[in-house]
Design a protein around this ligand. Structure first.
Ligand SMILES: *[C@@H]1O[C@H](CO)[C@@H](O)[C@H](O)[C@H]1NC(C)=O
Ligand SMILES: *[C@@H]1O[C@H](CO)[C@@H](O)[C@H](O)[C@H]1NC(C)=O
Ligand SMILES: *[C@@H]1O[C@H](CO)[C@@H](O)[C@H](O)[C@H]1NC(C)=O
Ligand SMILES: *[C@@H]1O[C@H](CO)[C@@H](O)[C@H](O)[C@H]1NC(C)=O
Ligand SMILES: *[C@@H]1O[C@H](CO)[C@@H](O)[C@H](O)[C@H]1NC(C)=O
Length: 748
């Protein structure tokens, strides 16, 4: 095959180069390897759906059609859930329905919706927003209302909801229940991040009733998916992912972002109804190294967690990220502190002087005063130069670094992706410390329980996964909520509620300690939960106090239990193995460069063995580390398993290589700029770089999978589907249903 890749007459890279590159990269990037390997490890406790059903509760709604459940608000011991034509008020404890509020779209709205080509399922009223207004004791509710979003104020009187008024919900509620949107209540104001037009192309952050919104066009957003929002201090924060405008290499890249606006923004006289405080920055959830590996596709954020980390009081938010669909399937959980978020917003701005330049930091002395984006008492008094500056500079130069400088948790798997995260914050454990316990939903119906060990060890790779709980196999978890001692798991059409812990599944001391669950301890010959002990802290001291050891999962006071070997390596989720070194010795893998080993910090075998407790981690020296690593390995992992792991590692790269080869041969005139590869630190993932469209710009402007004469009379529905799926990432102006598509700039 004489296929070559080049970008508009750029240098040519033979296809074989791609193969070599991807092989090289897979070997040169040990952390991902070791994580890939972890697909084989067992979480400490697996709970299957049958076991779980003995203690969990379910809610399935009316069952008359898809509900697209959305958690709207927690109201004391009840939960308000948006559904199809309904708001359910269900009890947190039992998941039984307390009350319901019905709101059907009018026949006229449904007719209009049907005429516009939507299905009868879409032409329903999915309730997406609910806000209690303390001042008036009214409740604001907004729904998709058959693709014509409406809001209503209700008053609860004489045991009934009475409608007070109805008004447009455009900007507050999405048009489609499947649109990713977010809403936040700040005092009596509603802040919503959603699309505000029928075709789902105009995103906005909209505040009502004191109307403010973002400007259309790419200065604020570039095809965003809104993920979450929260208020902290004088700001409201919005989390979303979007096509990165500052990424000017070949193709396109999705970045996770946080945006900030002032709660008290009043707009300006000149730019009426437009925010005068909007700024955004990238979130950096990456595995560090010479070539950091980025998890960029933000999927979910937790609520605000206030806690003690590294001995300091900090405000933290947890976030789930994924990789692009067409690359290796990976998910990661990162934590970000508001200290770091604020530092980024107080840092330098980013700008592009003209469309042919790169995005560069703005020189600090050209930034006007008062500092753009910072809250002022009255934004109507902001001088023109500040407003001008803000209209051109919404993006910050630096990315918000992840707490600990790396993800807390990484999962590489062929099927499973993380979708959501919720936190049981600052749970006290027997060792006197507090831990954030994370619950992570997956796209295949599981909930993973993990612990933030709060190790400020930048090279540490320890991740502690306590449980892998099968809740509703095959169904993606769409939301999670930790409430009291339960975690509420939301699916499109079902809601489940599980206890935060299943300590009782451990029947011996060794099993109980092995769980390493901060919420469990062995006491009175039982594996008890801290909740059961109900605030009886400190635990009973009589003779033998509670037994637990989060750090190692071992305790000398546990009597021997022959069924569980006394080696923590079998139960430590943290065990990681460097694959590049075995790859040298076992397969004589020729592409493993020496440079890979210089990243010694990432290559260490992180198996903790208490029997060698005082053994130091090997220091960096001339002795090739893989020898020691292999010796350690031999005890734990068999050679066959290693070989499997290596194959598992190489397979995706070969598949990607094949895919690229296929694409290349398909578009022989295609182009790929070599210089891009060497000038960016993302080089390591060249061929299947997250979000990157391997196809050249000239092809991107054609609907490749649809014939050029694609009939425009086809329903919008079909077109949108194509765009979302088949043409994902290649959506272009040739699709008629996208009148306001922001023009994508590609500079080559
Ligand atoms: C609940 O289901 C019944 C029968 O399936 C249906 O008639 C009714 O309209 C549904 N209620 C709502 C609010 O969708
Ligand atoms: C939900 O139901 C509970 C129990 O009936 C009630 O106390 C609460 O006020 C209800 N919430 C709303 C918003 O109606
Ligand atoms: C919303 O987000 C989910 C998960 O990230 C994604 O699969 C889906 O396509 C998004 N919806 C839209 C309308 O983009
Ligand atoms: C993201 O964080 C990693 C690790 O801390 C760092 O190496 C990398 O340079 C950062 N990337 C950006 C774009 O800030
Ligand atoms: C803003 O208002 C507060 C109280 O209303 C006042 O103390 C402060 O000095 C004002 N700041 C400015 C910059 O005007």
């Amino acid at each position: 095959m004489e296929s070559v890749l080049h970008c508009h007459g750029g240098h040519k890279i033979p296809l074989i180069g791609w193969f070599m590159t991807s092989l090289f990269l897979f070997c040169a990037f040990p952390p991902i390897h070791s994580r890939l390997w972890q697909e084989n490890y067992e979480p400490i406790q697996k709970v299957n759906a049958d076991e779980l059903r003995k203690t969990s509760k379910q809610f399935t709604g009316n069952g008359s059609g898809p509900d697209y459940f959305r958690l709207l608000e927690r109201d004391g011991s009840s939960l308000l859930v948006g559904a199809r034509n309904l708001v359910y008020n269900i009890s947190l404890l039992t998941l039984r329905e307390n009350q319901r509020l019905e709101w059907f779209s009018s026949t006229q709205d449904i007719e209009t919706c049907t005429i516009k080509g939507k299905s009868s399922e879409e032409c329903q009223n999915y309730i997406r927003v609910l806000m209690k207004k303390p001042a008036t004791e009214q409740m604001l509710i907004c729904g998709t209302n058959a693709y014509n979003p409406k809001c209503r104020d209700y008053l609860f009187e004489d045991g009934q909801f009475k409608q007070v008024r109805e008004f447009s919900g455009v900007g507050s509620s999405p048009f489609d229940p499947r649109h990713n949107s977010t809403a936040l209540q700040v005092d009596d104001q509603l802040f919503a991040g959603t699309v505000s037009d029928f075709s789902g192309q105009i995103p906005s952050i909209f505040r009502s009733p004191k109307t403010l919104k973002t400007k259309d066009g790419t200065s604020f957003f570039n095809e965003p998916n809104f993920i979450g929002s929260l208020a902290n201090g004088e700001y409201a924060y919005f989390f979303f992912r979007e096509s990165a405008i500052e990424y000017t290499n070949c193709g396109k890249s999705i970045y996770g972002r946080v945006a900030r606006v002032c709660k008290n923004d009043k707009g300006s006289a000149r730019t009426k109804y437009i925010w005068t405080s909007f700024l955004k920055s990238r979130l950096n959830c990456s595995v560090p190294g010479e070539y950091p590996f980025y998890f960029d596709e933000l999927q979910s954020v937790s609520g605000l967690v206030k806690g003690n980390y590294n001995g300091r009081q900090q405000d933290v938010v947890y976030a789930v990220f994924g990789t692009p669909e067409n690359s290796l399937t990976g998910s990661a959980v990162c934590a970000f502190t508001f200290g770091d978020i604020e530092r980024t917003f107080n840092g330098r701005f980013k700008e592009q002087k003209n469309p042919h330049n790169n995005w560069l930091p703005v020189a600090p002395d050209t930034v006007p005063e008062p500092r753009p984006g910072r809250c002022v008492n009255d934004s109507l008094t902001l001088p023109d130069d500040v407003l001008n500056f803000l209209s051109k500079h919404t993006l910050m130069d630096e990315a918000v670094p992840a707490m600990y400088g790396r993800p807390l948790l990484i999962h590489i798997s062929l099927q499973t992706r993380f979708t959501t995260v919720a936190v049981a914050p600052q749970k006290p454990s027997v060792d006197g410390r507090v831990y954030d316990v994370l619950f992570i939903g997956t796209n295949d119906g599981r909930v993973i329980k993990a612990v933030n060990l709060d190790l400020d060890n930048r090279n540490g790779e320890e991740q502690l996964i306590i449980e892998d709980i099968e809740v509703l196999p095959g169904q993606p978890v769409t939301n999670l909520l930790v409430a009291n001692d339960h975690v509420v798991v939301v699916f499109e059409n079902e809601i489940h509620s599980l206890k935060l812990q299943r300590c009782y599944l451990a029947s011996t001391c060794r099993e109980c300690v092995r769980l390493r669950d901060p919420m469990c301890a062995w006491v009175n010959d039982k594996c008890m939960s801290m909740d059961e002990n109900n605030g009886n802290l400190p635990w009973p001291k009589s003779g033998a106090g509670p037994i637990q050891n989060i750090k190692t999962g071992l305790h000398e006071r546990c009597p021997a239990d022959p069924s569980i070997p006394y080696s923590p390596t079998t139960n430590q989720a943290a065990a990681t193995v460097p694959l590049c070194r075995p790859c040298i010795t076992q397969l004589q893998c020729p592409v493993c460069p020496n440079s890979a080993h210089s990243a010694h910090d990432q290559n260490r075998v992180a198996i903790h063995d208490p029997s060698k407790n005082n053994r130091q981690k090997p220091e960096d020296n001339e002795v090739p580390e893989y020898q020691t690593a292999n010796t350690d390995l031999g005890n734990v992992y068999k050679e066959e398993t290693l070989a499997i792991a290596v194959v598992m590692t190489l397979l995706p790269s070969l598949l990607v290589g094949f895919f690229i080869g296929y694409q290349v041969s398909r578009y022989r005139n295609s182009a790929f700029k070599e210089s891009n590869l060497s000038e960016t630190s993302d080089y390591s993932y060249g061929p299947h770089r997250p979000g990157q469209d391997p196809r050249p710009a000239d092809y991107r402007s054609e609907p490749i999978y649809a014939p050029a004469d694609y009939p425009s009379s086809k329903s919008i529905n079909v077109v949108l589907n194509l765009q979302r799926n088949t043409l994902k990432n290649h959506a272009t102006s040739t699709i008629e249903a996208k009148p306001n598509l922001p023009s994508k700039k590609v500079y080559l």
